[in-house]
Design a binder for this molecule. Sequence first.
Ligand code: IVH
Length: 679
Amino acid sequence: MPSPDPIQSQIDKLRQTLRHHEHLYYVLDSPSITDGEYDALVHELQALEAAHPDLITPDSPTQRVGGSPREGFVKARHSSPMLSLDNALNEEELRAFDQRVQGLLPNESYQYVAELKLDGLSLAVQYRGGQLTRAVTRGDGQVGEDVTQNARTIRSIPLQVVSEPPGDTVWEVRGEVVLNRRSFERANTERDAEGLPRFANPRNAAAGALRVLDPKITAARQLEYFSYFLLNAEGQPALDHHSAVLKELQRRGFKVHTAYRECADVEALIEFCREWEAKRDALPFEIDGVVIKVDSVDQQKRLGWTAKAPRWAIAFKFAARQERTRVLDIQVSVGRTGALTPTAYLEPVGIGGVTVSRATLHNEDEIGRLDVQIGDLVLVERAGDVIPKVVRVLEQAPDRRPFVMPRTCPECGEEVVRVEGESASRCINTNCPARLKESVLHFSARGVMDIDGLGEVLVNQLVDRGLVANVADLYQLTLDQLTSLDRMGQKSAEKLLANINDSRQQPLPRILNGLGIPFVGERTAQFLADAFGDLDKIASASEADLQTAEEVGPKIAQSITQFFAKPHNQDLVERLRAAGFKFTCEIRKKAVGLLTGLTFVLTGTLPTLTREEAAKLIEQAGGKVAGSVSKKTSYVVAGAEAGSKLDKATSLGIPVLNEEALQDLLRTGVPRAAEEGNG
Ligand code: IVH
């Protein structure tokens, strides 16, 4: 027997380790190592794979985002129909369901399993020999769309299941793809920035992310997958009890929402439903009810199906958290970026135990989409911690009045402008007191500078009394100044001062986020810190340089350079430096390999690699791929029908490689002599 290749076993070991940590992080929500340690392992594997591309396998943890954007989706038939469920809208209907089950199973004992009804979209994922081979959306229940490339980017869907006995056994998992509220909010903020209409709910956003043609976009959305069925090759339940399926799914490494409960009778079901209806807001994602299934598969079979739904299961739907009410007025408020956000002031209405008297309308485009005017009767929805929103207009008032975006800022009277391609109108006065208050609040918020005790009431006073004109002023506040404020005792003032002091220790990503640069939130701030490790470097970087950071495109880059070009922002940075902030952090290493330090531009059609595949190989070897040719480009890789980029490369004297020369470079780190012709 040949001795095992040491590189191969090193790679195998790394992959095993990474799978273990992915499972801990994404499935069990209990990581045992830090993100940095995890990244370091990923980079180690990437570097090894880049040096040995022949050892890359599709189930490697580095290969989740692969493949190129596609033309469209291929239809695929389900192994067995994916039907929907009948609904029970109240306790009475749930009891009626139980009566029916009892009538059809006379003199038998049976039990139920109650699970949360996650508000997402269902997805069937097939495995062959333990490898993920296919993922198909529900579609019409018989035929769905093959979204395998996109599903592979969802970290709670294992690419490989080791416990599977060897051989070609086929089995299938069915479950729900969901997006948590935070990611949903972020998706909508991004849509606003791109001038696109908002997603109405997390389900639509999840569906949108799963059905895009480019898997990179799916990956960026951070979808989660909760599984609830395990089927054999024939599309039939793989085990004889549903409760056993839920345990087996977990054993195989799938994420199962552990809030399910085995219930002996309808009273226990009702208790479970009540309990979760009350607790739904505490979950990070939306649920819209409880799914109830008869546990025994044998009994399920005998209960059978109607034309559209099983008789052995039902969905208990929670009361919709929507109410009708009237729009009394629409007013704008000014945010820290100067964006004017219209808010609907409503006739107060109780929705699921909370009185709602305001709902956000986000921006003018959204008002246009809803066609809502003052006086209209509207449907308002409250969903978890998402701010209440207007769902639609139910009845236009005869004397309805349209909302008009003010031309001047309601707070400071300065001009309001709407930049082309943006959905927000903004107050252009950077010293607008409303903007200032919002920016101080953002700066001190939890997750940013964490200055406990610095809330709205206090910030209003500090700004109104001229004690704080920008966030750096916080670090010059004295105990006397603080105790002079309304409702501020000696003790609280001392505490606040200590908290302000402590915030000087916050790391670079938080400082960056705290500055309030438009489009630079928590995530982008982290990417920038990872890439540059130094605020001064970020402040002086060109737009092109900034775009080398992950997820930073032209728009964000421009926003950053514009921010740091303004003298008052430069002054702010200097004052924060003087206050003792540390502007540097460790740079998180990107893949280091033969191509580290080199920048490539790809153009035209290569003979065997797609452009995305070529980009990936370059990046895995530590190289950078840029969108346009500049003096900083190291190589242009050109294929058939290369256009203006090739011309530009030639005029700038940048070496041009064909695919073969690129492959050589990837293998050896040395380009062979420039080729005649390309493609
Ligand atoms: S069982 C035939 N279990 O709700 C069985 N569905 O209204 C059908 N859903 O299409 C599915 N959580 O998209 C099941 N724990 C759960 C669920 C669940 C959410 C969705 C699923 C289904 C719809 C039925």
